[in-house]
Design a protein around this ligand. Structure first.
Ligand code: SAH
Ligand code: SF4
Length: 358
């Protein structure tokens, strides 16, 4: 059992079943979410017999296999579970504070052409506790606490619906991480039934769709989930999301040199985006071994963004963070499966070393 994945009600049920008063649940959750301590043995305001019983019942906690700190302040951790499954999480530094990029699965069945998370297929779904654990592990690195979460690490969040929903509830609950839902982004490759279901949960999170192509022929190749739920169905689900939640969906568009970065691609994307997407985030491809196409030139990125803006589509060109530490989705996990990449540093888990700006 993993204490980190339990709601307030479930935690209360657990402590009451152990013959303890209900308020112990609040104490345990304060240890986990306020102090970042999930080990019952260290919860010093609990009676020792309860600590011992909880320690026997609940043994979560991943080991930090690798930790990499980028020159731009990005921190990336590779975590390993007791069952040997590894996954990664990233802390990004923006002007307003820290964002945690959380994995929802170890591996991914999505098979997108340029993504290393999908290379070995899906290993397993992560539990809500393992998603909470990523935020706690990144917070433990020191500095300001994490104030935003993006489910943009490894895996397809909407293919692990139940555990992702549980995580979202814990992330937004005042007993949990206490984040505003508006500060949480769920990124999906386009799992239409998941989008429709999530729209009805009453959780006003930001939804981001990884579009990458504005026609089915190209999208079928780049993002194979498109063969199951083609663009017309995806766009209809996005419009319904906006109608139900009052918030438009954003789109991610990875620019790939000579593949989807030409003026005709921008024109098609602008037509498709109007009335459906509130915002488009453009990001240059982070090159990965085995994917034969290059990142776009700087000029192509600027021209693409300009063309979209002129057509009235709000655009942000995202800075690629953590390039020097295998920043792209799944890269660290993939290189660890093949043994450390040339030049990779295997730093010990030293919390002080990870404090940005010293
Ligand atoms: N499975 C979900 C969320 C995780 S992927 C999804 O696909 O949306 C998060 C984002 O990283 C996606 O937009 C994905 O397309 C992007 N990504 C994956 N590999 C990349 C690469 N090599 N360069 C740039 N972005 C990449
Ligand atoms: Fe999976 Fe997203 Fe990577 Fe596609 S881009 S393989 S859906 S993690």
């Amino acid at each position: 059992m993993d204490l980190r994945g339990l709601s307030r009600e479930e935690m209360t049920e657990l402590v009451v079943s152990l013959g303890e008063p209900a308020y112990r649940a609040r104490q345990i959750m304060a240890w986990i979410y306020r102090r970042g301590i999930a080990d019952p043995g260290r919860m010093t305001d609990l009676p020792v017999p309860l600590r011992d019983r909880l320690a026997l019942l609940a043994c979560p906690c991943e080991a930090v296999l690798q930790r990499r700190q980028s020159a731009d302040g990005t921190l990336k951790l590779l975590l390993a579970c007791p069952d040997g499954v590894a996954f990664e999480c990233v802390r990004l530094r923006y002007g307003y504070g820290y964002t945690a990029c959380v994995s929802s699965q170890a591996g991914c069945a999505g098979g997108c052409a340029f993504c290393r998370s999908g290379e070995g297929g899906l290993e397993r779904n992560l539990t809500a506790g393992e998603m909470v654990g990523q935020v706690l592990a990144l917070n433990a690195a020191g500095g300001r606490p994490i104030t935003r979460v993006v489910l943009m690490g490894g895996g397809e969040p909407l293919a692990n619906y139940a555990e992702v929903l549980r995580f979202l509830r814990l992330a937004t609950s005042s007993d949990g991480l206490g984040l505003s839902p508006r500060r949480i982004t769920v990124s999906t490759s386009g799992v239409v039934p998941g989008i429709r279901r999530l729209a009805g949960e009453g959780l006003p999170v930001t939804l981001s769709v990884s579009l990458h192509a504005a026609d089915d022929r190209l999208r079928d190749r780049l993002v194979p989930v498109n063969r199951r739920w083609p663009l017309a169905e995806l766009l209809a689900a996005c419009r319904d999301w906006a109608r139900l939640t009052g918030r438009r969906v954003s789109a991610e568009y990875v620019l790939i040199g000579g593949v989807n970065d030409r003026p005709e691609d921008a024109a098609r994307l602008a037509r498709l985006a109007r009335g459906t997407f509130g915002h488009i985030n453009l990001i240059a491809l982070n090159p990965v071994p085995g994917f034969p196409h290059p990142p776009p030139s700087r000029e192509a990125v600027a021209a693409f963004a300009r063309q979209l803006r002129r057509s009235g589509v709000p655009v942000t060109v995202r800075r690629p963070l953590g390039r020097d530490i295998d920043g792209a989705c799944g890269q660290l996990r993939a290189s660890s499966r093949q043994g450390p990449a040339a030049g990779a540093t295997n730093q010990p888990p030293d919390p002080e070393a990870a404090r940005p700006g010293g």
